[in-house]
Design a protein around this ligand. Structure first.
Ligand code: SF4
Length: 451
């Protein structure tokens, strides 16, 4: 039975400690009652209270962990339609296909390419999560052989794609420790597929011609003993797919409609690689849990992973770097010193350009609560006093023998006050980070201390 707001409030610690990111326990209660928060966000809640709250606070979209003893990831358990209402919690997984018609060398080469689809962006590693082995041959033996070979060649999570229970049984047996995601249980084969999933403790994708049939099928799979269900919401074109994803998300969140309260799987493969990237990026934003692609080129995968990184960032907490003095390329006491803000995108833009210039330098990341230069300046989070304090905290006087500070061109207006506040000479740097290499190689040498 659902608990009232008052019931929920009584179970919380009522210390108003703010550790959950809300100002009071009452505010947290309201969000729990509206299913916009997760009870795990309160670190001090008792186990008894958690158990009592489980029904009321359980997210309307089931959380499912994929990956077995490989590299696992979690999808689902989302609580909002729009990220600005709270945030999206569990980033969608990106899977890349491997067909069982490939010969051994071709399969190994493709999996190696997939393993390398890993990038560092704004200081964070973003990478592909899963390999989807497709039973294109239609036969059990090559499907099982491909599943076994993939399991041996990657630690990524695995998915097996076949409508044949017989072929699926053979392939699952070949990689059972990976608890592969089984695709798919249909109205025609769900009993057999559910039996395989139950025996090997694998998650199972439900697939039906339309949402009505899917809403009938998912409870049947659950009744067969499978809790970890996902829904295939690929509906042909991009518009129909987004409509289905939105309808299901709304039904789960707004109506608490349990038959469709599961993460979604979408096949984004297209003949045109650009269209595939656009399709995958669109369903990443709304509201896929696992996206299957056929591309293995970095230029195709990186945009999708970038969308994911942006969509799943907490909109209330910008990605930040630690505010401190960073040494680039082992700078000495003659090296230039510049400051920027601790907003990750800003900091890494500056760092990347300084690295590219090959000029050893010091970069002071000033704490502006993760906001960019102009945003921080207009919100008075970046002024002469804040910069002076950051310089003192970082002991910059001990790091360089000159007293020259390069400031972002966008805040040239700070020059006078900053010179008064610090006693340092202020040099106005470029407005855009992309101009830093030229600045460091041509302008800075005119100001650098002479030995
Ligand atoms: Fe209350 Fe828990 Fe939030 Fe602290 S973390 S304010 S105790 S709900």
């Amino acid at each position: 039975m659902a608990l009232s707001g008052l019931d929920i409030f009584k179970l919380l610690p009522k210390t108003n400690c703010k550790k959950c990111g809300r100002p009071t326990c009452l505010a947290f209660t309201m969000q729990l009652a509206q299913k916009k928060a997760n009870i795990e966000e309160c670190p001090d809640v008792s186990e008894e209270a958690k158990a009592a709250l489980a029904g009321a606070a359980a997210p309307p979209i089931r959380k499912v962990t994929l990956g077995g003893d490989g590299r696992a990831f979690t999808v689902g358990e989302e609580t909002v339609l729009f990220r600005h209402e709270s945030k999206f919690f569990n980033p969608a997984g990106v899977a890349v296909t491997v067909d069982d018609t490939l010969d051994a060398a071709g399969l190994t080469a493709r999996v190696e390419r997939i393993n390398k689809l890993s990038f560092v962006r704004v200081g964070v590693t973003i990478q592909v999560d899963m390999v989807a082995v497709r039973n294109v041959s239609g036969k059990a033996e090559p499907f099982a052989a491909a599943a076994k070979a993939v399991a041996g060649a990657t630690k990524l999570a695995m998915m097996l794609v076949s409508d044949s229970p017989e072929n699926m049984k053979a392939a699952v047996a070949a990689c059972a420790s990976r608890a592969p995601l089984i695709h798919a249980a249909t109205p025609a084969n769900f009993a057999a597929m559910a039996a395989i999933a139950k025996e090997k403790k694998c998650p199972l994708v439900a697939k039906a011609p339309d949402l009505e049939a899917l809403a009938a099928l998912a409870p049947q799979i659950k009744s067969a003993g499978i809790e970890d269900v996902l829904l295939d919401l690929t509906m042909g074109d991009i518009r129909s797919t987004v409509e289905a994803l939105t309808t299901v998300r709304r039904a789960a969140l707004k109506k608490n409609f349990r038959p469709l309260g599961y993460p979604a799987v979408v096949f984004a493969m297209r003949d045109d690689p650009f269209e595939e990237v656009a399709f995958a990026s669109t369903v990443m934003a709304k509201y896929a849990g696992v996206i299957i692609m056929s591309c293995t080129e970095p230029w195709q995968i990186l945009p999708v992973l970038t969308v994911r990184q942006n969509i799943y960032t907490d909109p209330q907490k910008p990605i930040q770097v630690e505010p401190k003095l960073y040494a680039i390329r082992d700078p000495g006491k003659d090296a230039p010193l510049m400051f920027t803000t601790n907003f990750s995108l800003t900091y890494y833009s500056v760092e990347g350009e300084v690295e590219a210039s090959r000029v050893p330098s010091w970069i002071l990341a000033v704490d502006t609560e993760g906001t960019s230069v102009l945003t921080a300046y207009s919100g008075d989070k970046l002024n002469e006093k804040v910069v002076a304090k950051a310089m003192q905290a970082a002991k910059v006087e001990e790091k360089v023998k000159h007293k020259k500070l390069i400031i972002p061109g966008h805040v040239a207006v700070l020059s006078g006050k900053l010179e008064e506040e610090t006693g340092w000479e202020v040099l106005v740097g470029p407005k855009e980070a992309s101009m830093l290499p030229t600045y460091l190689k041509t302008i800075w040498p005119q100001h650098a201390p002479k030995n």
